[in-house]
Design a protein around this ligand. Structure first.
Ligand code: IPM
Ligand code: MG
Length: 382
């Protein structure tokens, strides 16, 4: 759709809970500024989900709101959850919104890129020399395995209690996410590590077979298998050795939090959840920072908006095929960090003296200024 010749993108936002509304508002401002600069407009829709929806509607997300997301070109999500709704045995929980969106929208691949910005090396607990050159991408299967398998809650009398989770995988579910990861690795440094627990799990043995069956598709790609426990160790010991990692849902959940530590702060990291569906502009997807709702700092203009801003850059790249815009946003964020701007989570004591420690809104403003004063060259994400 065009608007006086301008491309027009329909983006559904789910601000959610805690700091979610603040970081989504910040990223929206950056996208709107990019629109003025690159000549596109955005039709924003706002959807209530998570704890906010539990309070308002009694469910984590209403089916009609999942439908509204489906009807848009892309979804930008802040975070869901918080102490008010945190009882894990409650029948209605904020995370159910995530599962309804992932499952309902067919978002089977979750991409979590981890890059270490040179200026932030000191924020990571790892030694600087280990972080040199870290630039990896975790591709996590997102709609299968133990997250969606049959479950039986413990219902028997104390002493006899027993619960069951199951981890089913069909070959097509494995094939589509591994194929996507192969495609991404081919555009990066040509190295793919498939992570499993094939020495124990039947699903992992099937996973490995499918990876082997796909090998012919990319003869020049270096494809290796690694057991998840050893991968967890190597991510800390030699993180710069990794390029693309592909793995099943639960392993990906755990490894991606571990890898996030490399970048110094969870606040820095974006993610994209993609499915098969194409819109008129690109691949439909849901984009969100990987940090949670951080209720302790909610409403204080203290959250780092960079994870959400970089998620919006991933959205421009995948859902709108705008490498010019995604590259410009990525470059603007890098410049702001080079210039010394810091939110509290990435600030060192000496940054506070320089006066460049800012809140959510001012950080977004700094990114917008960097964007507006840059020359607009094409770049690449992720
Ligand atoms: C994530 C989160 C979710 C998950 C939680 C909130 C259910 O940890 O997106 O990684 O486990 O998938
Ligand atoms: Mg997680």
């Amino acid at each position: 759709m065009t608007d006086g010749g301008l491309a027009r993108y329909r983006i559904a936002t789910i601000p959610g809970d805690g700091v979610g509304p603040e970081v989504v508002a910040a990223a929206r401002r950056v996208v709107d500024a990019a629109g003025r600069q690159f000549g596109f407009t955005v039709e924003w829709t706002e959807i209530v989900a998570g704890g906010a929806a539990i309070d308002r509607y009694g469910v984590a997300i209403r089916p009609e709101d999942v439908q509204l997301c489906r009807a848009s070109d892309a979804v930008l999500l802040g975070a869901v959850g918080g102490p008010k709704w945190s009882d894990p045995s409650a029948s209605v929980r904020p995370e159910q919104a995530l599962f309804a969106l992932r499952g309902g929208l067919g978002l089977f691949a979750n991409l979590r890129p981890v890059k270490v910005h040179p200026a932030l090396v000191a924020s990571s607990p790892l030694r600087p020399e280990l972080l040199d050159g870290v630039d990896l991408l975790i591709v996590r299967e997102l709609t299968g395995g133990i997250y969606f398998g049959e479950r039986q809650e413990a219902a028997d009398a104390p002493g006899d209690r027993r619960a069951v989770d199951t981890m089913p995988y069909g070959e097509e579910e494995i094939r589509r996410v591994v194929s996507l990861a192969i495609g991404l690795a081919l555009k990066r440094r040509q190295r793919l590590v498939s992570v499993d627990k094939a020495n124990v799990l039947a699903t992992s043995r099937l996973w490995r077979k499918i990876v082997e069956e796909l090998r012919w598709r990319a003869p020049d790609l270096e494809i290796t298998h690694q057991l998840v426990d050893s991968c967890a160790m190597l991510l800390i010991k030699r993180p710069a050795d990794f390029d693309v990692i592909v793995t099943e849902n639960l392993f990906g959940d755990i490894l991606s939090d571990e890898a996030a530590i490399l970048a110094g702060s969870l606040g820095m990291l974006p993610s994209a959840s993609l499915g098969e569906r194409q819109t008129e502009h690109g691949r439909f997807g849901l984009y969100e920072p990987i940090h949670g709702s951080a209720p302790d700092i909610a409403g204080q203009d203290r959250a780092n908006p960079i994870g959400t801003i970089l998620s919006a850059a991933m959205m421009m790249f995948s859902s709108f095929r705008r490498t010019d815009v995604s590259g410009a946003i990525d470059a603007a964020v890098s410049r702001v960090l080079d210039d010394g701007w810091r939110t509290a989570d990435i600030a060192e004591p000496r940054d506070h003296d320089g006066g460049l420690v800012v809140g959510t809104t001012a950080m977004a403003t700094a990114v917008i200024e960097a964007l507006e004063t840059s020359d607009t060259r094409a770049g690449a994400t992720p």
